[in-house]
Design a protein around this ligand. Structure first.
Ligand code: BMA
Length: 325
């Protein structure tokens, strides 16, 4: 493999798109941007389903092999609740992380309303019942996931606030109790100019623990005359101090190429929110929204991916304080 071969790491499944609006048991426009989890002997996808008004729900689909024979619940797991005005325009783009200490799954999602998109947190033990914990980051903020454990007694969340001025970077924040968040800092910066990840980046699936560090996938939205192109790249975070970025890919490792990624409600988008690692099979399954319309699956050989990660350029942090400028 040459250093520039990152874009061949993921192979699209021949069954793609693996899920569409036609699989949803109620009238739906799109089924995309799913969080993913392996629970017992099932893969669970928590899809963003947009209805025919434009409002999004979070909908569970289950499959034994994570590829086909998906079974959908009759009702969404999370639908806008009048008691939560922050999500009257929809619940979007979930990321799923199991917290062993609490023996439950954390769902971070975008709650959308006239006040702008913000990060909300909900908990579930079984993907059948859910408990909302409410907003954890004010608007505009999206693309959030927790780490599965505490570090020095504190939980950590990655998220992406959108400032009024300047590029939208990926941030990291800390909490003693999952409710109160602080010590906010820039984690990974959007690049500038012609780069594929200039101007706006955001977390993809939740960070994945490996022996070499936390593997992080992120999307970059490259602006063109015909709108943005959403592609994804990789970064590696220190295992004990995830605020330290060790490496970052220069190139994207996946971008829209197929018809279902290139044409949709939004053209030219691959947007992964979930991945499932099968270490025994040396296989990483990446679930992604394609064209803001349907759901795709792409698979990487995990050892190849880690070999690529080891050869990614070292990341040079700016001097402390510069990241505020
Ligand atoms: C982001 C989010 C995603 C969407 C992406 C591409 O800002 O709204 O839900 O998939 O844009 O349109």
């Amino acid at each position: 493999m040459t250093e520039s071969s990152g874009r061949h790491l993921f192979t699209r499944h021949p069954a793609n798109p693996i899920l569409t609006a036609d699989d949803v048991p109620y009238p739906a426009n799109t089924a995309f941007n799913a969080g993913a989890a392996r629970v017992g002997d099932e893969t669970i996808l928590l899809l963003r389903v947009e209805d025919l008004r434009g409002i999004s729900f979070l909908q569970v689909a289950r499959s034994a092999d994570g590829v086909g024979d998906w079974r959908m619940d009759q009702q969404p797991l999370l639908a806008p609740d009048p008691a939560h005005p922050e999500e009257v325009w929809g619940c979007e783009d979930p990321r799923l992380v199991y917290l062993p200490e609490r023996e439950e799954w954390a769902i971070t999602y975008t709650a959308y309303s006239g006040r702008g998109p913000l990060v909300s947190l909900a908990m579930t033990k079984d993907f059948r019942e859910v408990r909302r914990m409410g907003p954890v980051m004010p608007p505009d903020d999206k693309d959030a996931a927790l780490f599965p454990r505490r570090f020095d007694g504190r939980w950590i969340m990655i998220h992406r606030p959108a400032p009024l001025h300047g590029p939208a970077h990926i941030w990291i924040s800390y909490s003693p109790d999952l409710r109160h968040w602080g010590d906010h800092a820039v984690l990974l910066e959007a690049r500038e100019g012609a780069w594929w990840d200039a101007g706006k980046i955001g977390l993809g699936p939740p960070p994945l623990a490996t022996s070499e560090g936390w593997l992080m996938m992120y999307h970059g939205a490259h602006t063109t005359a015909s709108g943005p192109i959403y592609r994804v790249g990789l970064a590696l975070l220190d295992l004990e101090h995830p605020e330290i970025v060790l490496r970052r890919s220069d190139e994207w490792v996946m971008g829209p190429t197929t018809n279902y990624e290139s044409v949709g409600d939004v053209d030219k988008v691959v947007f992964p929110n979930g991945w499932v690692l099968d270490e025994a099979a040396d296989s990483l399954s990446l679930y992604y929204g394609a064209g803001d319309s349907v759901t795709g699956l792409a698979i990487a050989r995990f050892s190849d991916l880690m070999e690529y990660v080891r050869r990614m350029p070292l990341y040079h942090h700016r001097r402390s304080g510069d990241s505020w400028g």
